[in-house]
Write a protein that binds this ligand. Structure first.
Ligand code: NAD
Length: 477
């Protein structure tokens, strides 16, 4: 079994307690490696390293073109290890090898993108009076702690770390206990890129121990959390206690509205990627389809055909379409949701159960005749389960789509772009996909409405959450 360690102050550190976290392959349940488990001691070491690097001003005072060059070197080194890291990510998370390698390349793209913005973070001058020269400067917060989930372990590191680094913060990343291994390969890219020690630290420990201690640490100035609403609320309380800012990117229950003129192939493409991709463990998963009565039967029939055609298997095997969910716990939860939907009156047009084989595989599931008051229509399932609901008029469709505490993603399928834009204006969600789920990239702002969070990651908007504004007034009299 391979052994992995925490990356603190540029060194590989074993935890003082000698405790480890074992990581399995969701495709068969076999242990593939173990990582030294960070406890309070290692959190203290990581925060101390980040604090020292911030106070040394090594990144803050680095000429901005040099900071950009360093970021491009991180991007290049990340691309070089994308295959090695992607393979480990594929084994520890279960997703397809292609999707796992893409995550590393996405990290590289984010570093390249923000490298180009480091020297464009401009303040402004403010006309106070002829006797005062007043201007603003944008400054980092200091030590920024990032807590990431297991569904997109590397992409989530990439999107927050690239912004944090571009703006001059020193960062500690706490990876998820289910998928901590591939981030250690990324740490190798940081070493190869010669990132000064302490600027980026990567630790893994349990959320309710290392995670909560890190967030509450007196020397942490800024927190970025990506994960569930329940944990996000705890993080917000901890940050409120210290009056420090928190970026929170939380869960979703996204709905796609299907108008009668929709192109069915667009819906099938979106289902394949939006609810069956990564076994539905996607924050903006297309977990509800709100379909016009006139075409619902046709849409459901085609979705069933799609479900039957999916090749279920380990992500490492070529041509696999549907990979396992992350753990036995998650599988039981997802199967329980499908069962509850059926008990509450939905019909399983396809699937509804676990697949009888080794590993944590769930059948691609299409629940028909779902009503918005059912649990499956309200709660985030985080598995390959699509709920199909029916509507008769447009206003009703919007009402159903918005009838949720979440507001992360939403979609609309129609050939009429005027109708699409009207619908987008009514949907309460941070991103609206028209005719194709997931149209964005590193340059498009991403974040939630309502309980899905606030702030934005990615794009130019993403930088705002990592900077504070200082106003300077110079008396000229
Ligand atoms: P989770 O909230 O259980 O855990 C997320 C991270 O928080 C993990 O690293 C965990 O160790 C840590 N954690 C847990 N308890 C903690 C505590 N008390 N203090 C500090 N840290 C703690 O979420 P998960 O199951 O890992 O991830 C799935 C969730 O993440 C889903 O709800 C999904 O929608 C959401 N998500 C959101 C986005 C987004 O961009 N909005 C992206 C990916 C995932």
């Amino acid at each position: 079994m391979d052994q992995y360690k925490n990356f603190i102050d540029g060194k590989w550190i074993e935890s003082e307690s000698k405790e480890t976290i074992k990581v399995d392959d969701p495709a068969n349940g076999k242990i593939i490696g173990e990582i030294s488990c960070a406890n309070k001691n290692e959190v203290d070491l990581a925060v101390d390293a980040a604090r020292r690097s911030f106070e040394s001003r090594v990144l803050v005072d680095m000429p901005l073109l040099a900071r950009a060059k360093l970021m491009r070197r991180i991007a290049d080194e990340t691309r070089k290890i994308a295959k090695e890291g992607g393979e480990l990510l594929c084994y520890e998370n279960g997703k397809t090898l292609g999707a796992a390698v893409k995550e590393f390349n996405d990290v590289a793209d984010m570093f390249d993108y923000y490298a180009g913005l480091t020297d464009k973070l401009e303040g402004k001058t403010i006309p106070v009076s002829t006797n005062v020269f007043d201007y603003t400067v944008l400054e980092p917060f200091g030590v920024s702690a990032h807590i990431v989930p297991w569904n997109y372990p590397l992409s989530m590191i990439g999107r927050s770390l690239s912004c944090s680094f571009a703006t001059g913060n020193s960062t500690i990343i706490k990876t998820a206990e289910l998928t901590p291994l591939s981030a250690t390969v990324f740490a190798k890219a940081l070493i190869n890129a010669e990132v000064p020690n302490g600027l980026i630290n990567i630790i893994c420990g349990y959320g309710n121990e290392a995670g909560s201690y890190l967030v509450s640490h007196e020397d942490v100035n800024h927190v970025v959390f990506t994960g569930s609403v329940a944990t996000g609320k705890k993080i917000l309380h901890a940050c409120a206690d210290k009056a420090i800012p928190a970026v929170v990117e939380l869960g979703g229950k996204s709905a796609g509205i299907v108008y009668p003129d929709a192109n069915i192939d667009d819906i099938l493409y979106s289902a394949r990627h939006g609810i069956f991709g990564v076994a539905g463990q996607i924050c903006t998963a297309m977990s509800r389809l709100v379909v016009h009565k006139s075409i619902k039967d046709e849409v459901v029939d085609k979705l069933v055909d799609l479900s039957k055609s999916l090749k279920i298997g380990p992500g490492i095997e070529k041509d696999t379409d549907l990979t396992p969910v992350i753990s036995e716990n998650q599988l039981q939860k997802v199967e329980g949701y499908a069962r509850s939907g059926i008990q509450e009156g939905a019909v399983a047009a396809h699937g509804g159960k676990r697949v009888e084989r080794d590993g944590y595989f769930m059948e691609p599931t299409i629940l028909n005749n779902v009503k918005q008051d059912m649990t499956v229509a309200r709660e985030e399932i985080f598995g390959p389960v699509l709920s199909v609901l029916e509507y008769e008029d447009q206003e009703e469709a919007i009402k159903i789509a918005n009838d949720t505490d979440y507001g992360l993603g939403a979609g609309v399928f129609t050939k009429d772009l005027k109708k699409a834009s009207w619908t987008a204006s009514k949907l309460e969600a941070g991103q609206v996909y028209v005719n194709k789920w997931f149209t964005g990239n590193h340059a498009t702002p991403f974040g939630g409405y309502k309980q899905s969070g606030y702030s934005r990651e990615k794009g130019i908007d993403g930088l705002k959450s990592y900077l504070q504004v200082k106003n300077v007034g110079i008396s000229l009299s």
